[in-house]
Design a protein around this ligand. Sequence first.
Ligand SMILES: *Cc1c(COP(=O)(O)O)cnc(C)c1O
Length: 375
Amino acid sequence: MSDSLAFLPFTKPSIDEDTIAAVADVLRSGWLTSGPNVQKLEAQLSEYFGGRPVRTFNSGTCTMEIALRIAGIGAGDEVITTPNSWVATANVIIETGATPVFVDIDPKTHNIDLNKVEAVITPRTKAIIPVHMCGLPCDMDKLYELADKYKLRVVEDAAQAIGSSWKGKRIGAFGDFVSFSFQVNKNIMTGEGGCLVLNNAEEARLAEKYRLQGVTRSGLDGIDVDVLGGKYNMTDIAAAIGLGQMKHLAEFNAKRAELARHYFSSFGADFETQTGAELPVANFENSNWHMFHIVLPENVNRAVFMQQMLDKKIGLGYHYRAIHLFTYYRERGFTDGMFPIAERVGKQIVTLPLFPAMNKEDVERVVSAVKSCLL
Ligand SMILES: *Cc1c(COP(=O)(O)O)cnc(C)c1O
C-alpha cells in the first residue's frame, strides 16, 4: 500500500502562478540584475521590520560577512558563536580574518547557551553571532544585556527566523545587525538570497558599497573605490520571487505552526519517555517553526534510521553536524569533547518534513513511521 504513496521530502518551497508570471515579466523586461524589484523588496522588508533600513544580497552567508565588515571586525578580533549551525555562521568569521570562539548550546533550545558566554570574553572579543535555531529566538534580553555590558556588536544569524518574535516584537525589528537568508529551504525564499537589517543610513550606504566591489558613484561618470567589496547583489529575478513570497509569509508561517502543533499531538505526551527521543521546545509564541526536529536516543544509529524512513518514502534532514568537528576546524585546533551538547545533538538530530504544502495526514504518516522505527 505504501508503494502508492508519494515521496515526502523534508522541505519544499511553495510558489504561486503569479510569482512565476512575475519572473517571466522580469525576463521579458530585459533588466535582470538589481533594479526596481530589488528596491521594492527592500522597501517591503524595511516596512516588515518596523522601518529599519534593509539591504538585500545574493546569500544569507555574505549578508553576515558584510555585517561583520561594516562593524570593522577583522584580524586579531574574536567573534563568539555557536557550533550548532550551518557552517556558514563560523566561516564568515574566518573570512574576515577574525577568530571564531565557540560556546556550547542549551540542550533544550539548541541555541547558544548565553550563560556560558561571559567565561570566554577577552579584550579581543568584538562581536557575537547567535543563531535562532529552527526559528526559535535566543533569549534576547540576556543577549543584548551581554552585548551592552561588554560593548559587543551583535550579528543575529536569523537565517531561519523570519516572522519569529520575542515578547511581541518581531525578530529584525529591534537589536543590532539582523541577517536573514532566502535560500530555497527557508520560510520565504528567492532561490538564493538574503537580507540585512541595519541600524542607520550610514550602515546601509556601507552595505551597498560592500555588495558591489566597494564602488561609490557620483554624477553620470563619477566612480571611486575606497573599500574592498565583492559581488553580492541580488538579481531582479530573485527579488521578483521574494515579492511573490512576501505575500504569503504570514500564511506560510501559520500553516507551519499548525502542522507543528499536529506533530506534538500526534506524537503524544508519552513519546519521549517511551522512546528516549527528544521533541523540540513547544514554543508557539515566538517560533516561526522553520524546522521540526527530534533528537534520537543515543542507541539509535542515525544513518540506519534515515534509511528506514527513506524506505517508507520519507526524506529527513539533519541540522546540523557540530561545526568544530569538520576537518577544516579540527585543523585549527578544535577536537571532540569541547562542546559535548552540540556534539551529541549534531550526531543524533533529524529534521522531520515540515513545509506549508503538507497536510495533517502527511504529519500522521511521518509520526507513525518514526514510532514504528523507534518502538
Ligand atoms: C541557511 C542558513 C545560513 C546560510 O544562508 P545562505 O543563504 O544559504 O547563505 C546561515 N545560517 C543558518 C542558520 C542557516 O539556516
